[in-house]
Design a protein around this ligand. Structure first.
Ligand code: NAD
Length: 361
């Protein structure tokens, strides 16, 4: 039976980059043994324009019934003045929570051909290939009680709660161990167990799960302050990093800068039953409609979808190799090109990747 993909291009460059990603899926259908079909639906500003809702019911239904969701980007100045629940970003947050996507994966892979694009020294970042697995729907961003209150002495106090239940820690740690088995088989769990009880417990649960079910994976632990430093000092030491919502938010942004270009970074948000794949960047209204965007983050999101939702790690590798070969051959979109280097358009980059991918068939 064909695998079913819900395709939600969204707004701005979302339309352009998703078009290129679909070309890649077409090549996999025609020249490899992928049997996938897809259906497009509106999300974000496009959803609001078409149906008055940034997450139309029909889109959510399609997403629920699909094996995976591929998303472009949402947002733009046109919808900024709308009430908050009608804004494009509200549609994105809602689909994540409706599909129960509690695990956010952000891989940071430094391509040799782009070593000079980073602000770090080439010898520090060469070969870096890190996957940050961040807990996405619990921790201090969601914990209760929270608020800003007035104290008896007239002073005010802001407060939040950091709390994790056994089940919440186990399910994210499980995702990290499973991901590591498909990579270099190493997990580093990042916490602040020396100071925060919630993460002391996090560490205990991770160790326990590891012992019971994943003793074949190499597990280490690191305090978050040290992890922040090690990411810059020696990022090559990491394979999979698993961590809490807030620590993951900060560390994944830090890690993404190792590569230099926002147009290169894919992401996945996974739950027990669904997976959604999207580039980490937004809808780039400043270049939308000009066919200038870099589609590689979206094409690499397709690779993640093949690996984590469609059980086709073999094809994921082919897509990643095709992207690597394209860069090796010197093909650049404008965001990657040096001042006096030639560059191709978004569609040109998509075609260049497809051509190389076809060559691997
Ligand atoms: P952005 O990521 O859209 O753009 C930041 C800068 O990076 C811009 O100069 C843009 O041209 C450039 N850029 C982004 N992606 C690129 C690509 N693939 N190739 C080449 N250049 C690229 O962030 P922003 O400008 O802060 O936000 C624009 C809109 O996107 C806002 O409405 C924001 O809310 C939304 N947004 C959506 C998502 C999402 O859909 N997941 C994420 C972030 C921002």
């Amino acid at each position: 039976m064909a695998l079913k993909i819900a395709v939600l291009p969204g707004d701005g460059i979302g339309q352009e980059i998703v078009r290129e990603a679909l070309k890649v899926l077409d090549v996999l259908n025609q020249h490899f043994d992928l049997n996938a079909e897809w259906e497009e639906a509106h999300i974000g500003g496009a959803g609001y324009d078409a149906e008055g809702d940034p997450l139309p019911e029909s889109t959510l239904k399609l997403a629920r019934e699909s094996d995976a969701v591929l998303l472009g980007a949402v947002g733009g100045p046109k919808w900024e003045a709308l009430d908050k629940p009608l804004r494009p970003e509200a549609g994105l947050l809602r689909i994540r929570s409706e599909l129960g996507l509690f695990a956010n994966y952000r891989p940071t892979k430094v391509h040799d051909q782009l070593l000079d694009a980073s602000t770090l020294k080439p010898e520090v970042i060469q070969g870096v290939d890190i996957l940050v697995v961040r807990e996405l729907v619990s921790g201090i961003y969601f914990g209760q009680p929270r608020g800003i209150e007035e104290l008896e002495n007239g002073e005010k106090r802001g407060y939040n709660t950091l709390a994790y239940k056994t089940s919440e820690i186990e399910r994210i740690a499980r995702k990290a161990f499973e991901a590591a088995r498909l990579r270099n088989n190493r997990v580093c769990s990042v916490d602040k167990a020396n100071v925060l009880e919630a993460t002391e417990y996090w560490r205990e649960v991770v160790i326990d799960l590891h012992k019971r079910e994943y003793s074949d994976v190499a597990l280490s632990h690191m305090y978050v302050d040290n992890a922040a430093m090690q990411l810059i000092r020696n990022p090559g030491q990491f394979d999979v990093i698993v961590t809490t919502n807030m620590f993951g938010d900060i560390l994944s942004d830090e890690a993404s800068m190792l590569t230099g270009s926002i147009g290169m970074l894919p992401s996945a948000s996974l739950g027990e039953t669904h997976g959604m794949y999207e580039p980490i960047h937004g809808s780039a209204p400043d270049i939308a409609g000009e066919d200038k965007a870099n589609p590689l983050a979206t094409i690499l999101s397709v690779a993640m979808m093949l690996r984590y939702s469609l059980d086709r790690a073999d094809l994921a590798e082919k897509v990643e190799q095709a992207v690597g070969k394209t860069l090796e051959d010197g093909v650049r979109t404008v965001d990657l090109a040096g001042a006096d280097e030639d560059f191709v358009l978004c569609s040109g980059m998509g075609d260049a990747v497809c051509q190389r991918l076809q060559g691997f068939a």
